[in-house]
Design a protein around this ligand. Structure first.
Ligand code: ADP
Length: 313
């Protein structure tokens, strides 16, 4: 790697850390130790409770354009309990989206198995709903019709459609926009409609793939509050993928860190901070810093891989 590449690489690395929601913590509580008073514990066991999703030795291999073998995910074993808010963090290309697609049944593992309520996942189903950054709402339908859409496909009666749409739009505080069209809403409101639409299906698990990444910081903070409130009120099980460690510390009961290629579970953090939480809370910042310590080397590997790819192109 020549000097120009190196300095671009260096800038990219530091820029990427900022993108991961990392900044030096203004206040440090305690040190790196794992004292009993720590707000989180690494490798803490999953709390007792019904296991909703179980991944057992899951791997996913791909062949790239040159036919070379790529191990995207390797030996992922993970239990997610009912009502848990699990965050998955990792650098770009570590297999976060692949993992959600496997759980959603949109893709099949190359090895291992995924169980939902003890039954093997083999195809997509309304019991697992995936929410993306691109909310995927229909512009020709009103807010209420968008929320009703999935239920209509399921053959839900007209009266129940109306009741559920009303209930979930109220839950995300959008009742007064029921008859608006999607283009009349802000980005944050659209994500709240997407959330209401998913919740109305009453899935077993909500899978969220960087849903707030395209929003400005203020809107994202408001949606964190909203999502946390809705999660507490519904007791929904959520698996939330993000590359932002601060977001993970703000939202998660537990944070799983994935390594870069092959994507494996590198470490886990149990976050036992009181709720509601705030992004600027020093304890949230501290947890984010600890997660970032685990992640930093993986981000470096991800960037090196991108640079190698560019140099060989
Ligand atoms: P992340 O969401 O963490 O950025 P992805 O799950 O999108 O990562 O991808 C993990 C790795 O698997 C990447 O190297 C990506 O290029 C590769 N990958 C994902 N989907 C496919 C596919 N359909 N075919 C080939 N490679 C893929």
């Amino acid at each position: 790697m020549n000097f120009e590449n190196f300095s671009a690489h260096f800038r990219a690395f530091h820029g990427r850390l900022a993108g991961f929601g990392f900044q030096s913590p203004p206040i440090l509580i305690g040190g790196r130790g794992r004292a009993a008073s720590d707000p989180f514990r690494e490798h803490a066991p999953v709390r007792a409770g019904e296991i909703k999703i179980s991944l057992q030795g899951v791997s996913r291999n791909y062949a790239n354009e040159q036919g070379a073998h790529l191990v995207a995910l390797q030996d992922i074993s993970l239990d997610v309990r009912s009502g848990e808010f699990l965050c998955i963090v990792g650098p770009s290309g570590c297999g976060k989206s692949t993992l959600l697609h496997l759980i959603a049944g949109l893709d099949k593992p190359s090895g291992g198995e995924i169980l939902l309520n003890g039954r093997r996942v083999s195809s997509p189903g309304p019991d697992r709903i995936l929410i993306f950054q691109d909310h995927g709402l229909f512009p020709w339908l009103t807010v209420r019709q968008n929320v009703e859409f999935g239920l209509r496909m399921k053959g839900t009666s007209k009266q129940e459609l109306r009741e559920r749409a009303r209930h979930f739009l109220q839950l995300v505080q959008l009742s007064q926009f029921s008859d608006s069209y999607i283009h009349q809403l802000s980005g944050g409101m659209r994500q709240r409609v997407a959330l209401a639409r998913s919740l109305a299906m009453q899935p077993d698990v909500l899978l969220m793939d960087e849903p707030f990444a395209a929003l400005d910081a203020q809107t994202r903070d408001l949606l964190h509050d909203e999502l946390e409130r809705v999660w507490r009120e519904t007791g929904q099980t959520i698996i939330f993928v993000t590359h932002n460690v601060r977001e993970a510390a703000r939202l998660g009961d537990r944070i799983v860190v994935l390594s870069f290629r092959p994507g494996r579970i590198k470490s886990e953090f149990q976050v036992e901070l009181p709720r509601p939480r705030h992004m600027e809370d020093p304890r949230v910042v501290q947890v984010a810093g600890q997660v970032m310590d685990e992640l930093r080397g993986e981000i470096q590997k991800s960037i090196e891989s991108e640079f190698r790819h560019e140099e060989s192109a």
